[in-house]
Design a binder for this molecule. Structure first.
Ligand SMILES: *Cc1c(COP(=O)(O)O)cnc(C)c1O
Length: 856
């Protein structure tokens, strides 16, 4: 393919700015004191034309009916619930847009430093309820919709989750956007607009996970605004050569268009409404004319298909190099264009933009900014590197060696030839440790081997101003393991910690309205206050001795269990008993998260119950165990774990001797919306990763906020939760991080037979092998991960795990004491609001200031 594109135009707006003019009367002059001065009579014209915010029920019903009539072109006499959802959503969107416009205008006028959160995943869930809450229009909309003959709860159920993420990392990005807007911080998100989000999980009758596509855009998505005029060209392949002036020129290859879609992110109780910009890939207009001329129609269409394919799917647990570059190139071009509109010199870029890399997925932004500064802005290497290393910030999300991102050098060279040159030019390390070849090898951006690979975490670290982990323990591990050499090279002050948080709006007020009401009434503090100053929850402590309050607290939990049971009954047809303790583990299926430990523990409990006399069983704690989570489609062992859970459930739930005391469910298709039903219903939840493997976890926080207790290992944010709520309110078990390495060494070099080391576990494994839960052969590969090697240390932790579950039972049977623990837990969770976390990023990392929208 020959190119007609001047490389200088890459990353610049595709269309020259159209001639724009200001509506008469709009943008008043400001006088010296900053007061707006309107030309005579014009204010009226403007104000008459501009849509204001809906305030009361008649505004809302009017706008709803308007949208039915015009946007949806439906007749008012045959509107279904989906139509009602769409009309409600469109009218809410109008309100969001009023605030969104004011927010963006405010940023343009004040030109504050902005932060950009680059994340390949945003696990947003549903929007309507959150938008109503944040706008403060929930009651008004409930009434308005009611007046028109609909019920808000049913309408809310019609919305599909926006599931543009795999799990915790994507949900964290969503919580951070909510908190940024709520804290009036000028933060934009940048991501990809996947046509298909994370797959829908189905469970076959045999218990196998099946994956179905998630066509979430099937119906019109009212929450996004296509910006067809905001587009950039992104190049792949081709070649990079030196021009006469010695500068590199990258030409040829494939050019793809990135089109912007904007999603409004409203803050809670504030006008600030930030933006999440998602890119869609599209073939460049005009196709490849050479192919057409040669009569190669199919060839031309094929290349246009491959352009559209870039953003078509969110790959489970994986992203492609082309996705990563497409997204970072478009985002950077957009950020640079916005900066250039301020008229400041490029050397001041880091004073106006902080770019946060959510994991290593956006690391190509580092060589991409270098490329632009060197080849287009024609800066020197040192000038360019200075700008780059003051702009980027990198959040590490894992220290598991197998999860550290690497790209084969030949692939990078093929797809991004200029970037590979730049990566090879970033060899800052050699100067400091001349002669220390081992260290240079460890620190190199390129890992030796066949093929050689680019180590993205090293590139992200070297190219960033600061690096952080996501909980204290994890941040320490980053400094002492995977980036140890870099700490010695660059100084420890570059490395920090920001413990994750979750938004209390979604994870308390929206998902648990009864608890939220009870808290408001008890504290006698306006919800608008404590939802933003979450440490106010501490006021609940003084009510732990108030019996009436405790009964109300317990009644809310009971009601949430019944809501969950109703959901399971209506969607799956199972009858969950609600007079039992609810024990929940919901998260992606992964060996390090040890769902296997949990299911083997359930089997142990079942076998123990079977061995009891009827009289003994009567004294046992009744328990409902619930799992949910998706496994990566190619992750065989994780899928086998699901299969085992489903088949154990079949036997246990059908056993007349024990079913009163133990029930087990695997709920398919875990999602944000399912989490919102499960979490408020939980008495205890499991966060049982092998010590040192879970960077933080965020579902542990969600459960505790909702008064659920934890059983867990001394890992990730579990540790800080226990520090806050008190160790007596957390059920810890298992070996600690420093022991893990030695234990693994023993497994390899001095293995002890499992019958000797952990007879209880050996018995459980043998029962599974013997076919007690269906054909035992099926599970051999899973059981062998425990019997041989046992990398995740189940044989080391099983006994203490079972012992801690026994303590949970004992504690639960003391109802009064349990409820006190539950209240104390919620009361001390203030630290884990994502508002606290985002303010730490803003202050200690980005140097960002709150930029409230002036009230008009
Ligand atoms: C919070 C959340 C997660 C993260 O769960 P962890 O247990 O911390 O791994 C994953 N998926 C969804 C849908 C969530 O809401």
């Amino acid at each position: 393919m020959t190119s007609t594109i001047d490389p200088k135009t890459i990353g610049k707006p595709q269309h020259p700015r159209r001639h724009v003019r200001t509506l008469t009367g709009y943008l008043p002059e400001t006088d010296a004191s900053g007061k707006e001065k309107w030309p005579k009579g014009e204010e009226k014209v403007w104000k008459a034309g501009m849509r204001g915010l809906d305030k009361d029920v008649p505004d809302i019903t009017k706008s709803f009916v308007n949208h039915v009539q015009t946007s949806l072109a439906r007749q008012p006499y045959n509107l279904d619930e989906l139509g009602a959802y769409q009309a409600a959503a469109l009218s809410v969107r109008d309100n969001l847009l009023v605030n969104w416009n004011e927010t963006q205008l405010n940023y343009t006028r004040k030109t504050p430093k902005r932060a950009y959160y680059l994340s390949l995943e945003f696990l947003m869930g549903r929007t309507l309820d959150n938008a109503l809450l944040n706008l403060g229009l929930k009651d008004q909309y409930n009434d308005g919709v009611q007046q028109l003959g609909f019920n808000m709860e049913d309408i809310l159920e019609k919305e599909r989750d926006a599931a543009l993420g795999n799990g915790g990392l994507g949900r964290l990005a969503a919580c951070y956007l909510d908190s940024s807007a709520s804290q009036e911080l000028p933060v934009w998100g940048y991501g990809l607009r996947y046509q298909y989000g994370i797959f829908q999980q189905l469970i076959s009758p045999e218990g196998n996970q099946l994956e179905a596509p998630d066509p979430w855009l099937e119906h019109q998505n009212p929450w996004e605004l296509p910006r067809l005029d905001v587009s950039y060209e992104v190049r792949f392949y081709g070649h990079s050569e030196r021009g006469n002036d010695g500068r590199a020129v990258w030409t040829g290859g494939q050019e793809v268009l990135a089109i912007a879609y904007d999603v409004m992110i409203p803050g809670y109780g504030t006008k600030t409404t930030n933006n999440l910009r998602l890119w869609e890939s599209k073939p460049k207009r005009g196709f490849d004319l050479n192919s057409f001329n040669a009569g190669n129609y199919e060839g031309a269409v094929e290349s246009s298909n491959s352009a559209a394919a870039i953003t078509s799917v969110l790959y489970p647990n994986d992203h492609t190099l082309k996705q990563q570059y497409f997204w970072t190139a478009a985002s950077l071009a957009d950020i640079l264009r916005r900066f250039k509109n301020t008229g400041k010199p490029i050397t001041e870029f880091p004073d106006y933009a902080a770019i946060q890399l959510n994991d290593t997925h956006p690391t190509l932004a580092i060589p991409e900014l270098m490329r632009i500064l060197l080849d287009e802005e024609e800066l020197s290497w040192n000038q360019a590197w200075q700008i780059v290393t003051n702009t980027f910030f990198y959040t590490n999300h894992t220290v598991l060696p197998e999860a550290l991102e690497k790209w084969p050098v030949p692939l990078v060279e093929h797809v991004l030839p200029r970037h590979l040159q730049i990566i090879y030019d970033i060899v800052t390390v050699e100067k400091k440790f001349p002669g220390d070849r081992d260290r240079l090898g460890r620190m190199s951006l390129i890992e030796e081997g066949f093929p050689k690979q680019v180590r993205m975490a090293h590139l992200a670290c070297i190219g960033s101003r600061k690096v952080n982990g996501v909980a204290e323990l994890h941040s320490d591990l980053v400094k002492t393991t995977i980036l140890k050499d870099f700490v010695e090279f660059e100084g420890v002050s570059k490395f920090g910690n920001v413990t994750n948080g979750v938004t209390p709006r979604r994870w308390l007020d929206q998902c648990n309205p009864q608890l939220s009401d009870l808290i408001t009434k008890t504290l006698k503090i306006d919800k608008g206050v404590w939802l933003k100053d979450f440490t106010k929850l501490e006021g609940l402590l003084q009510f732990t001795e108030d019996k009436e309050f405790r009964e109300k607290w317990a009644a809310v939990k009971q009601s949430n269990k019944e809501r969950l049971a109703k959901y399971v009954q209506s969607t799956l047809g199972f009858t969950v008993r609600t007079d039992a303790m609810f024990d929940v583990q919901i998260k992606r299926l992964h060996e390090y998260k040890r769902q296997t430990l949990n299911i083997l523990g359930v089997i142990h409990r079942y076998l123990t119950l079977k061995n009891m006399s009827a009289a003994e069983r009567k004294k046992a704690n009744r328990k409902v165990v619930i799992f949910a989570g998706k496994a990566a489609p190619a992750y065989y062992i994780a899928k086998l774990t699901i299969r085992l859970i489903v088949n154990v459930a079949r036997i246990i739930n059908d056993d007349p001797e024990t079913k009163e005391y133990l029930q087990l469910y695997f709920l398919p298709d875990y999602s944000v919306s399912l989490a919102e039903i499960l979490i408020p219903a939980s008495d205890i939840s499991q966060h049982i990763s092998t010590a040192g493997t879970e960077a933080s976890g965020t579902s542990n926080m969600k459960f505790c906020i909702n008064g659920g207790l934890l059983v867990g290992t001394v890992d990730g944010a579990n540790i800080e939760i226990a520090e806050e709520v008190g160790e007596s309110n957390v059920f810890f078990f298992g070996h600690l991080t420093p022991a893990v390495e030695d234990l693994r060494y023993q497994h390899t070099y001095h293995p002890i037979p499992i019958e000797q080391k952990c007879p209880a576990l050996a018995h459980v494994l043998n029962e599974v092998s013997a076919g007690r839960f269906g054909d035992g052969h099926v599970y051999e590969p899973l059981l062998n991960t425990v019997r041989q090697g046992d990398y995740y240390l189940l044989t080391d932790d099983f006994d203490s795990y079972i012992a801690s579950l026994a303590m949970v039972d004992e504690a639960y049977l003391d109802r009064d004491e349990w409820i006190k623990k539950s209240i104390r837990t919620t009361a001390k969770m203030g630290k884990f609001s994502s508002d606290r976390a985002i303010l730490e990023y803003a202050e200690s990392y980005w140097n960002l200031e709150q930029t409230p929208v002036p009230s008009s």
